[in-house]
Design a protein around this ligand. Structure first.
Ligand SMILES: C[S@@+](CC[C@H](N)C(=O)[O-])C[C@H]1O[C@@H](n2cnc3c(N)ncnc32)[C@H](O)[C@@H]1O
Length: 243
């Protein structure tokens, strides 16, 4: 059976090469801004859902909080586990399944770790599972791309040279999805991957959240938490509370 693209690509070492600029420094800056806004109590418990190698989780723990991170990628979780402490634990888990139920004060889903499924039903399942893992009055932070701007300014072809690998990238928009074809040669082999992210709009999120009993409290458009502007913002960052 063909494996889903998001299993193979995110588990490959080359994903981490291509996105190496998405690093701990970016993560720290964003978490600083978020925590200023959210003002978590010192005993707050966090979940970093689809945490990758855990760049946000590691920083949150360094601030003294308790946090779990999970991801579907076994290789990423193996790397993240090197940073485990008493207050920081990592797990392999699918976002459609709650890791723990009614357990967290804050659930984060950061840097477009959403939109990979083929259907709104699966998206809803994931939002429901994240909500189930929150305590009542707990807060979900969903950090997605602003699809409207991405489609408007689609940079069709691009080559990125990183760590002696030449990544040839072609972006397109088809059937409600933003597709990114990535081709490169590495370790004497040719590789081809395709990222495929559903163009989920603010209205789609409003529908998912309403069904999950989440109330939106703020909408931001970048990692400095400037207000969301559909034409200009790079990100669509939703802050929603469980009723
Ligand atoms: C763009 S990366 C971002 C990772 C991390 N949040 C960060 O900012 O570095 C998206 C992540 O989502 C994970 N992912 C994809 N589908 C998933 C699923 N169904 N359940 C859990 N994680 C998933 C991938 O393995 C990948 O690590």
């Amino acid at each position: 059976m063909k494996s889903e693209w998001y299993i193979d690509w995110f588990d490959s070492p080359y994903y981490h090469v291509l996105y190496k600029n998405r690093d701990g420094i970016e993560a720290e800056k964003f978490i600083h801004a978020l925590n200023q806004f959210l003002a978590p109590k010192t005993d707050a418990i966090f979940l970093d859902a689809a945490c990758g190698k855990g760049r946000h989780s590691i920083f949150i723990e360094s601030l003294g909080y308790t946090i779990d991170g999970f991801d579907l990628s076994e290789n990423s979780i193996e790397a993240a586990k090197n940073h485990e402490t008493e207050k920081l634990k990592f797990f392999v888990n699918d976002i459609r399944i709650p890791l723990k139920v009614i357990h967290y004060d804050f659930v984060f889903n950061l840097f477009t770790s959403f939109g990979y499924f083929e259907s709104h039903e699966d998206n809803q399942k994931a939002i429901n599972a994240l909500t189930e893992s929150l305590k009542t009055n707990g807060v979900l932070v969903m950090d997605f791309m602003n699809c409207s701007k991405v489609i408007d300014r689609l940079n069709v072809n691009e080559t990125k040279e990183i760590d002696d690998i030449s990544f040839k990238i072609n972006r397109s928009y088809k059937d409600g999805k933003i597709l990114k074809d990535i081709e490169f040669e590495a370790d004497n082999k040719n590789y081809k991957f395709q990222e495929s992210v559903m163009t989920i709009t603010l209205n789609d999120f409003k529908t998912y959240f309403e069904k999950a009993n989440l109330k939106i409290e703020a909408i931001f458009g970048d990692y400095n938490l400037n207000p969301f502007d559909i034409e200009a913002s790079d990100r669509l960052i939703l802050i929603a509370r469980k009723n």
